[in-house]
Design a binder for this molecule. Structure first.
Ligand code: NOJ
Length: 538
């Protein structure tokens, strides 16, 4: 595929480019049924191209009963009619490639839907050839086989009357876990991945990949509270065998040029950089990238951010590569998270600079680039099974999945029909069309930062080094590539901060009226990107 950076030696799209995460139900509805679809994504490719991103990761679009909105797959070889069909998907791949945009699919290997023919067979009798493709177990006396839980609340064991046994599910009972200890399972799923690779996709985001293997002795997990405080002997995830499987998955991907695997590493509590990085192996023999969600859960404080970033960089193996993520379809919108209570817009702008200037592949969740906020979903409109189950204590994940806001027409230009989730009321000002015109908008900020990152190799490919400023509340670092040096200063505070900056050219500032040379200070919440005329930071 022709890449924008073909002329840049060693430029690798999944390392040095920017990846945009689309939740297909909510991106753009081309057939006006209220649900986003693949043709909708095709329609918006010019937008994504203009924004400047290099790749799209699509949350699952495979055939599915949609009990967990596609994370419950009933046919790995088909596109769900809700989103289109295989032709539409191929068209998307081809059209995206023409624009130099790579396509990453979500791949759910830990579980299928209970409607998948494999599971239907598996549950039909205890001696069915597919029985062992899932995790079945006898009762323990008159109790469940052991204390393993599902991550959505309650026991992970579901009793099945046909054979008087239990099956294990890490998530909903409609999502039975596959048994990766059975080599047939591996064979079948590797075949699935080959199918999509042959069709032209550029890689996979691997759903809860650290869950795929469970303890062969079915030992009890520690109680949930202890797990939350970092208990190590958790028998339902991070089992040694999963690393072996990932090593062979890497080999499979190596058979094709330029592919990527990105692991979602689920953990309790969130933010164990070492654990996330352990899934990179030595950087060449396991996953290409792994998500560390630490930043999304940290307090807004320059020192804490510094430590968090430092931990993550430090954990990455020498030949490995980090990535940066603050938002996705399971979390709060980053704009709205707990620690952003005040000065949300300013913090979101600074965070955009951080994301796009750190060492590592940046991930942008759709709508983040226009500062989309958490939706407020009335109880009767809640769609997420988690929200339905735990309301009013937890309203679920719908809030981060509301329709993309394209313009100020009815339903924000997402659809002509009533969308599957309500549009956020702020869409009249927070929308793509408006923000393209509005100087200093979040959208232009993202676009400029992405462009800057592409233009200055140090920002995409360079090494990372902290700059000691001795000034509290400031995060300062530089990126270095050969002779190029780019410096970044982020003022995390609502106060002006004096900083002696001379001999540098401002490439970018969050503030239109920035005068760092004249005033020798950073304005409240100002973020600047500089290029030295010569090495002169005092
Ligand atoms: C993680 C996915 O991101 C989430 O949306 C899903 O519910 C679970 N895995 C189960 O597949």
């Amino acid at each position: 595929m022709g890449s924008k950076k073909d002329n840049q030696k060693n430029w690798i799209w999944w390392k040095h480019g920017t990846i945009y995460h689309i939740y297909p139900r909510s991106f753009f509805d081309s057939n006006n049924d209220g649900v986003g679809d693949i043709n909708g994504i095709i329609n918006q490719l010019p937008y994504l191209h203009e924004l400047g991103i290099d790749a799209i990761w699509l949350s699952p679009v495979y055939a599915s009963p949609q009990t967990d909105f596609g994370y419950d797959i009933s046919d790995y070889y088909q596109i769900d009619p809700l989103f289109g069909d295989l032709n539409d998907f191929s068209k998307l791949v081809k059209k995206a490639h023409k624009l130099g945009i790579y396509i990453v699919m979500d791949m759910v290997l830990n579980h299928t839907s209970d409607q998948h023919p494999w599971f239907i067979e598996s549950r039909s009798s205890a001696n069915n050839p597919k029985r062992d493709w899932y995790i079945w177990k006898e009762a323990n006396g008159n109790r469940r086989p052991n204390n393993w839980r599902n991550r959505f609340g309650g026991s992970g064991w579901e009793y099945d009357v046909t054979t008087n046994q239990y099956f294990y599910h890490s998530f909903l009972k409609e999502q039975p876990d596959l048994n990766w200890r059975n080599p047939e399972v591996k064979k079948a799923l590797f075949k699935v991945m080959k199918f999509w690779l042959e069709l032209g996709v550029d890689g996979f985001r691997l759903d809860v990949i650290n869950f795929i293997v469970k303890d062969s002795k079915f030992r009890d997990d520690p109680p949930l509270l202890r797990q939350f405080f970092g208990a190590e002997n958790v028998f339902t995830r991070n089992r040694p065998k999963s690393h072996k499987i990932l090593a062979s998955l890497r080999q499979l991907l190596n058979e094709y040029p330029d592919k990527v695997s990105i692991g979602e590493i689920y953990m309790l509590p969130p933010g164990n950089s070492q654990l996330a990085a352990s899934y990179l192996g030595d950087g060449t023999n396991s996953l290409h990238l792994a998500f560390d969600f630490s930043l999304a859960f940290k307090r807004w404080n320059a020192k804490i951010y510094e430590q968090t970033i430092q931990n993550w960089m430090f954990a990455i193996p020498e030949k490995g590569w980090p990535c940066s993520v603050v938002s996705n379809h399971d979390l709060h919108r980053s704009y709205n998270r707990r620690y952003f209570r005040f000065f949300k817009e300013s913090k979101a702008r600074l965070e955009a600079i951080l994301l796009l200037t750190l060492k590592g592949t940046p991930f942008i969740y759709y709508g983040q680039e226009i500062g989309m906020v958490n939706g407020r979903i009335p109880r009767k409109l809640i769609q997420d099974p988690l929200g339905k189950r735990f309301w009013p204590f937890y309203s679920g994940r719908d809030k981060a999945r509301t329709p993309m806001q394209w313009d100020n027409s009815k339903y924000a230009g997402f659809s002509d029909a009533m969308p599957w989730l309500p549009v956020n009321p702020d869409y009249t000002i927070k929308n793509v069309e408006f923000q393209w015109q509005q100087p200093n908008s979040m959208l232009l900020l993202y676009q400029q930062l992405i462009t800057l990152r592409r233009k200055h190799t140090a920002l995409s490919m360079g090494e990372f080094r902290w700059i000691p400023t001795g000034v509290s509340g400031i995060l300062a670092y530089e990126r270095i590539y050969e002779k190029q040096r780019i410096l970044v200063f982020l003022n995390f505070t609502p106060f002006s901060k004096s900083l002696s900056i001379t001999g540098k050219k401002v490439l970018f500032s969050t503030h239109e009226n920035s005068q760092p040379f004249i005033n020798q200070k950073l304005l409240p919440f100002e973020g600047i990107i500089l290029k030295p005329e010569k090495n002169s930071l005092k």
